[in-house]
Design a protein around this ligand. Structure first.
Ligand code: MN
Length: 207
């Protein structure tokens, strides 16, 4: 089977009090594992031995709902875990901060707009910061497990994600109940801006 559950770079309780141990444990071992298992089954059903993410997202996602949902679920969660760190939080710097200031006005304005995208996503989905093909930044959100790399009908914000936030209720309900806004605010205390800068550099270089 080509896909496996990603290893976390920190303990389940390491992001407390912002993201609690029980949520992290269930989210990683149950939800993420489920997407990985179902993606492997979907690839078997589709006759795909070792598909690339590009192939899954840009070709198969359009016609295969199981690959779309579980491929997104597997990729998005691995990306999400890597977007956070126990030593995260604070603000970006360098070229990423310059780009944020240019596009959104300031880091505070970026946080406001990203939080609004996360808050206004109806039902389940994700909020994203990404790099568009022209090298500029964009904020967007996608429903379900779709992401901005997919060529599917719900995605009008095609870009390379550099930060993603899971706003499914399973990501926050145990600790925050209906208060999604509190969860989004807490997320900023654990964002690994060094990782986001690395992704930004790679996306800009790739053009
Ligand atoms: Mn999730």
């Amino acid at each position: 089977m080509p896909f496996t559950l990603p290893t976390l770079n920190y303990d389940y309780k390491a992001l407390e009090p912002h993201i609690d141990e029980q949520t992290m444990t269930i989210h990683h071992t149950k939800h993420n594992q489920g997407y990985v298992d179902k993606l492997n089954a979907a690839c078997t059903n589709a006759g795909l031995d070792d598909p690339s993410w590009d192939d899954l997202f840009k070709v198969h996602a359009q016609v295969d709902t199981a690959i779309r949902n579980n491929g997104g679920g597997a990729w998005n969660h691995a990306f999400f875990w890597d977007s956070m760190s126990p030593t995260g939080g604070g603000e970006p710097s360098g070229s990423l901060l310059e780009a944020i200031n240019t596009t959104f006005g300031s880091f505070a304005d970026f946080k406001t707009q990203f939080s609004a995208a996360a808050a206004s996503r109806f039902g389940s989905g994700w909020a994203w910061l990404g790099v568009k093909s022209d090298g500029t930044l964009a904020i967007c959100s996608t429903p379900n497990q779709d992401n901005p790399m997919m060529i599917v009908d719900t995605v009008s914000c095609t870009c390379t994600p550099i930060l993603g936030l899971d706003v499914w209720e399973h990501a926050y309900y145990l600790n925050y109940q209906n208060k999604r806004g509190d969860y989004v605010a807490a997320f900023f205390n654990v964002v690994d801006w060094g990782k986001v800068q690395e992704r930004y550099n790679a996306a800009v270089q790739a053009g």
